[in-house]
Design a protein around this ligand. Structure first.
Ligand code: SAH
Length: 245
């Protein structure tokens, strides 16, 4: 009997193309949560946190990271590493996402501002933990993709805004917590002003490629920000509109 043409010439797999396997992804996610716990212990001398809140880890487990990376990167979506998301930007390493989220000490009733929506992954994690998330992104092409993904996941407590996060998002202020996912040299004053008394901010500070540190601050009743430099990190810069032209 003749072989069919398809059997003689099976379709060639593109090098690197991997068929998505939900069972494998579920195991990879479990391994990722273990890697996050291990990184947390390894960095506890800097951060002061030997473990992350169970509800933060639960939120990490609920967000399908493979939906936020480029299709070609899906096979490595659950490795504990940053990945490119286009426009020269990156989705942060999952451990850093989990740690920064934990450092905000979120209450389910909190209102959160995120600066640097990117692909929307961190936004989705925050949306599972807070009452409302406003997120500002300066690059329209990234904001559009994030809006689609977050809507597809049915996260309706998120409001995405195009704009320059140096100015925060005054319309929805004050915030109980602010998370910044790109590094300026110092904490933008507008963000301090938009923090409620007792509000927390987590932000990388420092020059591109130079020494950067993850800073956690809390706004006191008198309005001043008090905080600590915690962990050495490497983030893309918080840019101004002039940097983009
Ligand atoms: N949390 C994102 C991280 C993306 S990288 C994620 O999980 O994908 C940092 C993001 O900050 C980029 O999308 C970049 O375009 C954005 N960004 C840089 N400067 C900004 C600014 N001034 N205002 C708002 N977003 C900014």
């Amino acid at each position: 009997m003749c072989q069919s043409r398809a059997a003689r010439n099976p379709p060639r797999r593109r090098a690197g193309a991997v068929t998505p396997d939900p069972a494998l992804e579920a195991r990879a996610l479990a391994a990722l949560l273990e890697a996050i716990a291990a990184d947390t212990r390894d960095t506890a001398a800097w951060t002061g946190r030997t473990h992350l809140a169970p509800r933060v880890l639960e939120a990490m487990g609920r967000v399908p990271r493979h939906e936020f990376v480029r299709p070609r990167d899906r096979y490595r979506a659950y490795l504990n590493q940053p990945l490119p998301i286009g426009a020269g930007q990156t989705i942060s390493q999952p451990f850093i996402v989990a740690l920064m989220t934990d450092l905000l000490d979120l209450d389910p009733a909190d209102r959160v501002l995120e600066v640097g929506t990117g692909c929307g992954y961190q936004t989705a994690v925050l949306a599972h933990l807070a009452a409302r998330v406003d997120s500002v992104e300066i690059r329209p092409e990234l904001a559009a993709g994030a809006a689609e993904r977050l809507a597809a996941l049915g996260l309706d407590n998120v409001a995405l805004h195009g704009g320059d996060g140096f100015a925060g998002w005054p319309a929805a202020a004050p915030y109980d917590a602010i998370m910044v996912t790109a590094a300026p040299l110092e904490v933008p004053p507008a963000l301090v002003e938009q923090l409620a008394p007792g509000g927390r901010i987590v932000i990388p500070l420092g020059p591109v490629g130079g020494p950067q540190v993850l800073y956690r601050g809390r706004r006191g009743a008198a309005g001043a920000l008090h905080g600590d430099n915690l962990l050495p990190v490497g983030f893309v810069p918080l840019v101004t509109p002039d940097d983009l032209v």
